[in-house]
Design a protein around this ligand. Structure first.
Ligand code: ADP
Ligand code: MG
Length: 343
């Protein structure tokens, strides 16, 4: 494969190269890339802003992460944060710091993923910054979105009697990472051996190319359901529930038997000697939405498909609990998502 050194383009040449096919989709984009700032028009809406930084070796491992997937994921995780405010994502800026280890072609791949996500989520890339790093790749993305003031959903507004809902299934992204790490270790110590990933396609996909649940936000809005609180699952269901409960000053009780996990995830967890429930509760990066609704909306959620009711909000005095299949109550703990810290 061809390798064009970054130095052949220089900073301005590189920015021009990476953004030459950038396309503006939204009327709200008044001025995109090319001036000192972008100019956006959110009319009568409130603006919602979020940002995330990804550091090579700390947040991603390029030995098994294709750059295209990384670009996609970097956008998706920010879009997910906008969705978790029950807002509509609309714009991103992308800042990169990159060492000369990377070629122009490598950055093209990264941007291919970024543009794919912009197309999938119907958002505009309207700016960024480009600089060099001494070692490794850094990607910082800022996402903007909008919502009417009354539509915005916070973490601190769950109330007693609300029903706790979770979209999709959980645990898969964490298991995907365990598989990728295992295969990496095997191929490193046995050069020539190909990693076996086919069996784990779903989990690996959930780790490498997560999907922000913009579709769920649209669905709930179409049914006139206004969640009473909402958060996206980046660190794990347990940790996110603790955020909602402590900020809302309530407790919760969820049921182990209702935690949505696919059969292949359960099988893989057991194969890896991991407790499936721990994977569902403390595995992170699923980017599903965890939210609470008023009990009056329960039936619509039950009939929606793809949303599971996992428990109920109770008083703060009752604590933040899970009831296991055997009927015992345990406190939920926030192990969170800190996989690399244990290395
Ligand atoms: P400034 O000197 O004002 O920081 P730059 O030369 O860094 O401007 O950037 C020129 C234009 O290109 C700006 O509109 C900026 O937002 C955009 N831009 C710079 N780097 C990137 C990037 N990595 N991805 C997308 N847009 C970028
Ligand atoms: Mg700049």
């Amino acid at each position: 494969m061809q390798r064009t050194e970054l130095s052949t383009l220089g900073e301005f040449g590189l920015i021009k190269h990476l953004t030459q096919n950038n396309k503006t989709r939204l009327q709200s984009t008044i001025k995109s890339i090319g001036d000192d700032s972008a100019v956006l028009d959110f009319k009568n809406n409130k603006t919602v802003v979020t940002t995330d930084i990804l550091v090579e070796e700390l947040h991603f491992d390029l030995s098994y992460t294709p750059l295209k997937h990384l670009g996609y994921k970097a956008v998706a995780v920010n879009v997910s944060d906008i969705c978790a405010m029950f807002a509509t994502p609309s714009h991103i800026t992308v800042s990169i710091a990159v060492s000369n280890r990377f070629s122009v072609e490598a950055l093209d791949e990264l941007y291919e993923g970024i543009y794919q996500a912009c197309s999938d989520y119907n958002i505009d890339l309207v700016g960024g910054d480009t600089t060099s790093s001494l070692k490794g790749l850094f990607i910082s993305i800022t996402a903007l979105g909008y919502a009417h003031e009354k539509e915005i959903v916070y973490r601190n507004t769950a109330k007693e009697g609300d029903i706790i809902c979770l979209s999709g299934d959980v645990g898969a992204a964490y298991l995907g990472l365990q598989i990728l790490e295992r295969e990496k270790a095997i191929t490193q110590s046995n050069p020539g051996i190909q990693p076996i990933l086919d069996k784990y396609t779903y989990m690996v996909q959930r780790q490498l190319k997560p999907n922000a649940r913009i579709d769920l936000v649209q669905f709930l809005k179409s049914k006139n359901i206004q969640p009473t609180s909402m958060i996206d699952v980046s660190d794990g269901v347990s940790s996110e529930l603790i955020h909602i409960c402590s900020q809302s000053n309530v407790g919760c009780q969820i049921e182990e038997e209702f935690l949505p996990m696919t059969n292949e995830c359960i099988t893989t967890a057991l194969e890896l000697n991991l407790d499936p429930m721990t994977c569902a509760l403390n595995g992170g990066e699923d980017y599903e939405l965890l939210f609470t609704i008023d009990a009056k909306d329960k039936e619509i959620i039950e009939n929606a498909g793809g949303i599971t009711i996992i428990g109920e909000i109770v008083s703060a005095e009752m604590g933040i609990k899970i009831r296991t299949r055997s009927g015992n109550l345990y406190n939920l703990t926030a192990q969170g998502w800190n996989h690399y810290a244990t290395k």
